[in-house]
Write a protein that binds this ligand. Structure first.
Ligand SMILES: [Zn+2]
Ligand SMILES: [Zn+2]
Length: 361
């Protein structure tokens, strides 16, 4: 994904909002109070941390405008969208803002808590490898391998209402005549080769630069990156003892470590500090366990293993947390203690990784 295209996108959002507010204020008659509805345009199709960036940018544009125009007659702004995730993020941003009555970029003190000293020591264990977050370099990847050009001009095509049947396909596929992005009749139509959704060449090329997945069904084609802080490391050690349920197998110990830092523009509270973070996890050194380790490595490298948000266990805001990819943080105790034995665990975590587009394929 290209970070410059996201930045451009954010500038468009802010400029559009500023222009709308300015125009509305210029239309005012005498001292009327103004209410307006603002559609959250420009956020369509984005479903991950980029949404947070867009919402941060939108709310910042509103605050910046109102701060710079203290005589504005705007009293109510209704933010309109049809995406529950956007609503949640915006509500979160505005509640937080109201709570501390400062611009979102203001650095606030993070209360210190005395976290329990990290108990597991790796002294004496053999270090296998270390992982780091990879930089987003995927924008240069040739995306044409993900789709096939199709024809929409053949006169032989049988038409049924708005659906067209392409006869050159063995398992005749029904294809909507309109592009799923611009909603217009397709220009240079292409069909994504896995999910078979169709778009204009130009539309899907532009979309893939922001996020390499199908805008209709979400099928992931290229690498998607998460918002995990990029200065973390994971160290994988070999523990010669076995886990319950994996007798006679040795154990991988993953130590995740993040230094403290400040939230970036795409996090919930840009500029606010977060604490350092250290966690450990265990996997059996079995065929299955080794495969899962490779998937976890990709999740970590693509910045998807962790995120910044509210901790499920402590309820604390603005901390590094697990990102819905469950880890066994204990060797024993079974599922209720996040430990082994748990015969379903490796299957479950594969599914969770699959939801993030990380699969064996
Ligand atoms: Zn199109
Ligand atoms: Zn699709």
């Amino acid at each position: 994904m290209s970070s410059s295209s996201l930045e451009l996108h954010l500038i468009y959002i802010q400029t559009a909002i500023k222009n709308v507010l300015q125009t509305v204020d210029n239309m005012k008659r005498r001292s009327e109070e103004i209410s307006l509805a603002l559609p959250m345009i420009g956020t369509g199709g984005l479903t991950d941390w980029r949404l947070q960036s867009c919402c941060n940018a939108a709310s910042e544009a509103i605050w910046t405008y109102l701060k710079a125009n203290s005589h504005s007659h705007i009293r109510h702004i209704h933010l309109v969208n049809d995406n529950a995730e956007i609503t949640r993020i915006l509500r979160d941003i505005f509640q937080r803002h109201e709570h501390r009555e400062g611009p979102p970029s203001k650095v606030r003190d993070v209360p210190r808590t005395h976290s329990k000293e990290f108990e597991y020591h790796t002294k004496g264990l053999k270090l296998k490898e270390t992982w780091k977050v990879q930089k987003m370099t995927d924008s240069s990847v040739d995306i044409s391998k993900y789709f096939d050009k199709i024809s929409n001009s053949s006169k032989d095509n049988e038409k049924r209402g708005k659906l067209k049947i392409y006869g050159d396909d063995e398992e005749q596929t029904f294809v909507s005549e309109n592009c799923g992005i611009c909603m217009c009749e397709m220009t240079d139509p292409v069909r994504l080769n896995r999910c078979k959704h169709t778009f204009c060449l130009e539309c899907i090329t532009g979309f893939f630069q922001t996020k390499p997945s199908c805008p209709v069904c979400g099928f992931v084609y290229g690498k998607i990156y998460g918002d995990q802080p990029d200065d973390g490391t994971a160290s994988i050690y070999i523990d010669p003892t076995s886990l319950p349920g994996y007798d006679e197998k040795q154990t991988y110990v993953i130590i995740y470590e993040f230094p403290k830092g400040k939230q970036k523009s795409f996090h919930p509270d840009p500029g606010v500090e977060y604490e350092g973070f250290k966690r450990r996890a265990f996997l059996p050194i079995s065929k299955d366990g080794t495969e899962v380790l490779q998937l976890l490595k990709r999740a970590f490298e693509q910045g998807m293993a962790f995120t910044i948000g509210t901790s499920r266990t402590t309820g604390k805001e603005g901390v590094i947390t697990w990102n819905d990819i469950h880890h066994k943080t204990s060797k024993t105790g079974g599922p209720t203690k996040f430990g082994y034995p748990d015969s379903e665990y490796l299957t479950r975590v594969r599914e969770e990784l699959g939801c993030k587009g990380i699969t064996d394929e």
